[in-house]
Design a protein around this ligand. Structure first.
Ligand code: IFM
Length: 456
C-alpha cells in the first residue's frame, strides 16, 4: 500500500472496481441462459447507436479468471459484478439453471483465490424477457418474482459471497426504461413510469426482508445513482428547478428507502399522489433497514426553470416526468465523452444527502468513473490523462468526505474494463483497462496504472 497516498483513508477502506453482467459477459445463449429485456431491446432498429448488442461484449463469461487476476494485479481488493437473473432463472419463474449459479460461484471462488472480496448485485437492469411480457416492473408481481430470485440466488451463494446489493440504479430501470424509453424495455409512458419506481423499491424491500431472515450474517444494501443539483442563478424559478430535479433524481429514492416516505411534492408534480397513497403500506417494507447504501456518482446538474414557469411537457417522452422543460446549464466545467460535467466535490454533496437521512448508515461509492476517447499507441500503451485526473479528483473527494466525518467505507471505479455502454453500444469507453473488441486483448490504461500505484 502506498502509505503517503493513502493518508486519510482507514486501513479497512474497500478499494474495488465494478462491472455488470450484460455489459461484459457475452455468452448470452450459453449454458441455459434465458433472454433478458436487453437482448430484446438491443435488437430494436435504432435503439443502440452503433446497432450492437451484448452477445459477445468482453467475453467475460469465458475470460473471468484472467480478468479477476488483472484486477488483483492492479492492487484492488474488491470486485463488484452483477448476476444475470436470466442465467439463474431463465424464464424468470421457478426453473433454476444450475449452470448459471455455478458460473457465479466460479467468479466468487476466483476472487477469493486472489484475496478479492466479491460484491454481487442482483439486478443491473436485465429483467428476464418473460417477466416483461407479463408487465415487467409496471406490475406488482415482478417485485415478488424478484424476491424469489434473490432468495434462490443468495441461498446458493451465501457461503462464498457476503456482500449483496439488490438493485443497481432503479432510477435508470424505471425512468429511462419506462419513461424516456431509451433503455430496455423501451417504453415511453410518462408519469406511469413512477409505478416502476415503486415496484422496483418494493422488490428490493421484499428481497432484503427474505434474505435477512434466512442469512442474518450477510451485508445487504442497494445502489442508487445520485446527483448534486444546483441552481443556475438565485431566482425563484431556478430554485424550483432544483426542487424538481433533486426530487426525481434523489429524493424519490432516498426518502422511501431511508425515511419510509415518498416526497409529496414529486407525487404532486407528477399527478401520482392517489396511486402512491393506495400503496402506502408498502413503505415499511421498502425501508427495511440496510447494512450499507451504495452511491453511484458521476456528475453534477446545474439547472434553471423555463422563463414561462411551465415545467411540464407531457408531449415529450422523458426521464423527468412533469419537469421536461427544466434547462440544464453548461457551467463551463470540463466534460467527459458522455457530455457529463466533471465536479468531484459533488461526490461529497451526495454522500451528505444520505447522511442527513441516515446518519449511522455506512456508504460505499459503488460506481464512479468517466468515458473518454482512447487511443492505443504503437507500443500498446493507452494514455488517458483526463480519466486519470477524473479519478484523482474523486478519490480526493472521498478523502474529504472521510475528513468531514461521513461514514464512507469504500470506493469502486467504474469500470474495470471497457464494455457495452447500453444505448451507446461500444462507442463509449469507461474502463481503466482497454478492451480491443476484435481480439479481446486487454491493455491496462494509465488510469489503471495510477490505481496500481495508489494501492500498490
Ligand atoms: O455503464 C453504466 C452502468 O451500467 C451504470 N452506471 C453508469 C454507468 C455509466 O453510464
Amino acid at each position: 500500500m502506498n502509505t503517503a497516498a493513502m493518508n486519510g483513508f482507514p486501513d479497512t477502506f474497500v478499494w474495488g472496481a465494478a462491472t455488470a453482467a450484460y455489459q461484459i459477459e457475452g455468452a448470452t445463449t450459453e449454458d441455459g441462459r434465458g433472454p433478458s429485456i436487453w437482448d430484446t431491446f438491443a435488437r430494436v432498429p435504432g435503439a443502440i447507436v452503433d446497432g450492437s448488442n451484448g452477445d459477445v461484449a468482453d467475453d467475460h463469461y469465458h475470460r473471468y479468471a484472467a480478468d479477476i487476476a488483472l484486477l488483483a494485479g492492479l492492487g484492488f481488493t474488491a470486485y463488484r459484478f452483477s448476476i444475470a437473473w436470466s442465467r439463474v432463472l431463465p424464464t424468470g419463474g421457478d426453473e433454476v439453471n444450475q449452470a448459471g449459479l455455478d458460473f457465479y460461484r466460479r467468479i466468487a471462488e476466483t476472487c477469493h483465490a486472489h484475496g478479492i472480496t466479491p460484491y454481487a448485485t442482483l439486478y443491473h437492469w436485465d429483467l428476464p424477457q418473460p417477466l416483461e411480457d407479463v408487465g415487467g416492473w409496471l406490475v406488482r408481481e415482478t417485485a415478488e418474482r424478484f424476491r424469489d430470485y434473490a432468495v434462490t440466488t443468495v441461498d446458493a451463494l451465501a457461503d462464498v459471497i457476503r456482500h449483496w446489493t439488490t438493485l443497481n440504479e432503479p432510477w435508470c430501470s424505471s425512468l429511462l426504461g419506462y419513461g424516456a424509453g431509451v433503455h430496455a424495455p423501451g417504453k415511453q409512458l410518462g408519469t406511469e413510469s413512477l409505478h416502476a419506481v415503486h415496484h422496483l423499491l418494493l422488490g428490493h424491500g421484499l428481497a432484503v426482508q427474505a434474505v435477512r431472515e434466512r442469512h442474518p450474517e450477510l451485508s445487504l444494501g442497494i445502489t442508487v445513482n445520485l446527483y448534486s443539483v444546483r441552481p443556475g442563478s438565485g431566482s425563484a424559478l431556478d430554485a424550483e428547478a432544483v426542487r424538481r430535479v433533486d426530487g426525481l433524481q434523489n429524493r424519490l429514492f432516498l426518502d422511501p428507502l431511508l425515511l419510509a416516505t415518498y416526497p409529496a411534492d414529486v407525487l404532486t408534480d407528477t399527478g401520482t399522489t392517489d396511486w402512491f397513497a393506495e400503496r402506502a403500506d408498502d413503505l415499511a417494507t421498502i425501508a427495511t433497514p440496510l447494512d450499507f447504501l451504495g452511491v453511484n456518482y458521476y456528475s453534477r446538474h446545474t439547472v434553471a426553470g423555463p422563463a414561462d414557469g411551465v415545467f411540464a411537457d407531457p408531449t415529450q417522452p422523458s426521464s423527468t416526468p412533469g419537469s421536461e422543460r427544466v434547462q440544464y446549464v453548461d457551467t463551463g466545467a470540463p466534460k467527459t465523452d458522455m457530455g457529463w460535467e466533471v465536479h468531484p466535490d459533488g461526490l461529497v454533496d451526495v454522500i451528505e444527502l444520505v447522511h442527513e437521512r441516515a446518519p449511522e448508515l455506512p456508504v460505499l461509492v459503488t460506481e464512479n468513473g468517466a468515458a473518454y476517447v482512447d487511443v492505443v499507441e504503437a507500443d500498446g500503451s493507452v494514455h488517458d490523462p483526463d480519466r486519470r485526473q477524473y479519478f484523482e479528483g474523486h478519490v480526493e473527494a472521498c478523502r474529504e468526505a472521510i475528513r468531514r466525518g461521513l461514514p464512507l467505507q469504500g470506493y469502486f471505479a467504474w469500470s474495470l474494463m471497457d464494455n457495452y455502454e447500453w444505448a451507446f453500444g461500444y462507442t463509449k469507453r469507461f474502463g481503466i483497462v482497454h478492451v480491443d473488441y476484435e481480439t479481446q486483448i486487454r491493455t491496462v490504461k494509465d488510469s489503471g496504472r495510477w490505481f496500481a500505484e495508489l494501492l500498490g
